[in-house]
Design a protein around this ligand. Structure first.
Ligand code: F3S
Length: 407
């Protein structure tokens, strides 16, 4: 692999031991994947934050990197942690877990990585523009950054994203290269898609069908808003390993490369997505017949617009006493929700806005929840698969109805 003089110095340890170790990892992985050079990145999104996921070995690694002088060389943000950093007691998080979790956040901060603790960095200040190279972990954010923003990133694992943060570099391969960003499949949308839950399931269904590649969706009947695009990104990255999609005449690269895409459409494998055969059966399969213990909205983390909608729907209404109702979001989005009065409305109705975490990375089983209702196929996939919980998926409208009236 070709390295610049500066990169060689990093690899030789002239910028400290942490930089050397991080550089060695990037070069090794890059060489294994056939990269010919490294490129500079403009931001990193680092995963591996929840104590539930990284445990004591993860803390040890972070302590070593801090001791060796590791410092972020670029704008770096963090994925969700295992608890609300301020209000962990309200969540029922055990003290021992909380102490370890706070230690992890503090170690990242010592490396100058921002404690954003959110999977929607693109809505809270880490928002790369078209053709900007970044190194992000967190599959849903990677797919959103590539597809909606037109940024360039591979789906990094936690250690590699951290190595990129500590060096400001990534290997030039995969989705950093123009030739790998062209669609491989054409998805004709015959289903009526209106809500984020519909798009979440669409992503899940297409990911399951094609597993990998770059889908090009036909233009849906109604243009998807940001919440639908974020749900689609998460769904695609869940059942498959899809990190880039295009929507005809809608997403940035599909517009810019429209002529080329139209010429090549006939060579792509075609898949039709129908309402009755593809979308509805998933809603049917994951339907709760009794009340959930916990309703969770915010996978990926909720935007201020989603919180606003929920506040409007819950105003002057009461959530059933035996149902916990959580909205997961980023801490700074909650500040806005507080100021706007949305938090107050939601809390008065019996709901909570929790920040910095989500149901997948928090120690949910320890908290005693068994039956969950959500509008996210990603949350459903992980909670049924990894945690063996009983999970239902529904649209936000149906979820609010269940919260108020029960199943
Ligand atoms: Fe985000 Fe957690 Fe879902 S990290 S995408 S809310 S699983």
């Amino acid at each position: 692999m070709f390295l610049t003089k500066e990169e060689e110095k990093m690899l030789d340890g002239e910028y400290g031991e942490a930089t050397r170790l991080a550089m060695r990892l990037i070069v090794k992985v890059g060489e294994a994947l056939g990269a010919q050079k490294l490129i500079n990145i403009n931001s990193a999104q680092v995963s591996g934050v929840s104590y539930k996921n990284i445990g004591d070995p993860g803390i040890q690694l972070l302590e070593d990197l801090v001791r060796l002088g590791g410092k972020s060389k670029t704008l770096s943000t963090l994925n969700p942690a295992g608890m609300d950093i301020k209000n962990w007691k309200k969540m029922g998080i055990p003290k021992e877990f909380a102490e370890k979790q706070l230690k992890i956040i503090s170690l990242y901060m010592q490396m100058d990585i921002l404690p954003t603790c959110s999977c929607i960095p693109y809505l809270i200040g880490n928002s790369p523009k078209y053709r900007e190279h970044v190194a992000w972990a967190e599959s849903s954010a990677v797919t959103y950054a590539n597809s909606v923003l037109g940024a360039r990133t591979n789906r990094e694992g936690g250690p590699l994203a951290l190595a990129s943060a500590l060096t400001g570099k990534t290997a030039f391969y995969g989705f950093h290269m123009e030739e790998n960003r062209l669609p491989t499949h054409y998805i004709e949308l015959k289903a009526k898609l209106r809500y984020p839950a519909d798009y979440s399931i669409l992503g899940y269904v297409v990911g399951k069908k094609i597993k990998t590649g770059v889908p090009l969706f036909s233009y849906p009947r109604m243009p998807p808003d940001m919440e639908c695009l974020k749900a689609l990104s998460a769904g695609l990255a869940t059942s498959g390993s899809i990190s880039l999609f295009h929507i005809e005449n809608y997403t940035i690269e599909a517009i810019i490369k429209n002529k080329q895409l139209q010429n090549e459409k006939s060579n792509m494998e075609k898949i039709i997505v129908e309402e009755e055969e593809d979308i509805k059966p998933v809603f049917e399969e994951y339907k709760l017949t009794t009340n959930p213990d916990l309703i969770y909205i915010g996978c990926p983390h909720a935007s201020i617009q989603e919180i606003r909608k929920i506040a409007q729907m819950l105003r002057n209404r009461k959530i059933k006493g035996d149902i916990e109702f959580w909205i997961g979001t980023a801490a700074n989005i909650k500040i806005l929700a507080d100021r706007a009065g949305y938090t107050d409305i939601i809390e008065k109705s019996g709901g909570k806005i929790i920040t910095d975490t989500c149901i997948v990375v928090s120690p949910l089983k320890t908290l005693g929840f068994q039956k969950i209702l959500t509008n996210s196929a990603k949350a459903c996939y992980y909670l049924t698969g990894l945690e063996k919980l009983d999970v239902g998926i529904a649209t936000l409208e149906e979820i609010i109805k269940t919260a108020i009236e029960g199943v």
